[in-house]
Design a protein around this ligand. Structure first.
Ligand code: PAF
Length: 256
C-alpha cells in the first residue's frame, strides 16, 4: 500500500479522529526530509511499537540561523516518498510554511538554560525554532509516541523537557545514532561532503569516541585539520560540533 500524503491540518485531523475512534496507537517521526537510514531506524521503531505510523517532512525555516544553510539543505521529496512507501509507513504529513506558521512565527517557545549552551551558543535562535515547530507538530499530530535520534542529543533532551513542561501526553522516545561503517553519524548534510571531507568525517567520529579528556580530543581533532567549534562533556556524554570542508557536523557519544 502507498504512503498517503497529507498536506493540510484539516485532512490530518480527519485521519486522526478516525484512529482515535478505533483506539489505535500512533507513532510519529518528525523530519526535515532528505531521509536516510537513520530516519529509517526511527520509522522501524515506531512501526514496531505502534499500530499506525506517520512521518512529517517540513524544512523548518525558524530553526536555521544561517540563510545559506537553509538554501543548501537537501530537498528530496520524491525519494523521501519512495523510502516511506518501501518501509510501509502509513502517512506522510508534508505541510507548507503557511500551515505551520499562520501567525508568521509571532508565538514561539523559548527555553532559558540547556538551549543556551553547545548548539544553542553557536546557533542563535536554533532551539526556539526547533521547540516551536515540535510543539506545533505535536499539537497537530497528537501522537502516542514521537521518535528522536540521539545524534541530536541536546535536541532530544530539550524536546523531552518541553513535553513535560507543557503537559503533552506524547511519550518522547530517543533512538541510538546510526553510523556508517567508518563511524560517521548519518546526517542529511553528509551528502554535501567531498570525498576528502567525507574521509575526515569518519576520523572525526572515531576520535570523538576515543579516550582522553575533552581538551585532548579537541587538540587531536585540530591536529587532523578539523575546524572545531566545541568539544564538551555533559550528561555522561561527549558532544562536538565541527566544520569539515565547509559542512557543519555534530555528534556525541556516551562516555564512562
Ligand atoms: O531533527 C530534525 O530533523 C528537526 O530538528 C525536527 C525535529 C524535525 C524539527 O524540525
Amino acid at each position: 500500500p502507498m504512503t498517503e500524503t497529507i498536506t493540510t491540518i484539516e485532512e490530518w485531523r480527519r485521519v486522526a479522529r478516525r484512529l482515535r475512534r478505533e483506539g489505535r496507537s500512533l507513532g510519529f517521526v518528525p523530519t526535515m526530509g532528505a531521509l536516510h537510514r537513520g530516519h529509517a531506524a526511527l520509522l522501524e521503531r515506531s512501526k514496531a511499537e505502534n499500530d499506525v505510523t506517520v512521518a512529517s517532512v517540513f524544512v523548518n525555516p525558524a530553526q536555521f540561523d544561517d540563510a545559506g544553510d537553509l538554501d543548501a539543505y537537501p530537498r528530496t521529496l520524491e525519494e523521501d516518498r519512495a523510502l516511506l512507501a518501501n518501509l510501509r509507513v502509513d502517512h506522510l504529513f508534508a505541510p507548507d510554511r503557511g500551515a505551520i506558521y499562520p501567525d508568521d512565527y509571532r508565538f514561539r517557545v523559548t527555553e532559558r538554560e540547556l538551549s543556551t549552551v553547545m548548539e544553542g551558543a553557536h546557533r542563535p535562535g536554533h532551539f526556539d525554532g526547533v521547540l516551536t515547530v515540535v510543539l506545533r507538530l505535536l499539537g497537530i499530530i497528537r501522537p502516542t509516541r514521537a521518535y528522536f535520534g540521539e545524534k541530536d542529543y541536546q535536541q532530544y533532551l530539550l524536546v523531552r523537557d518541553l513535553a513535560a513542561a507543557f503537559f503533552l501526553e506524547t511519550e518522547i522516545v530517543p533512538c541510538p545514532t546510526v553510523r556508517e561503517p567508518d563511524g560517521l553519524a548519518l546526517s542529511s548534510r553528509n551528502v554535501r561532503l567531498s570525498a576528502e571531507a567525507r574521509a575526515l568525517g569518519g576520523r572525526f567520529a572515531r576520535r570523538l569516541a576515543g579516550p582522553g579528556p575533552a581538551a585532548q580530543v579537541q587538540r587531536d581533532l585540530e591536529a587532523m585539520g578539523v575546524d572545531v567549534q566545541y568539544v564538551e562533556e555533559r550528561f555522561g556524554r561527549r558532544f562536538a560540533a565541527v566544520v569539515i570542508g565547509g559542512v557543519r557536523l555534530i555528534d556525541n557519544v556516551a562516555i564512562d
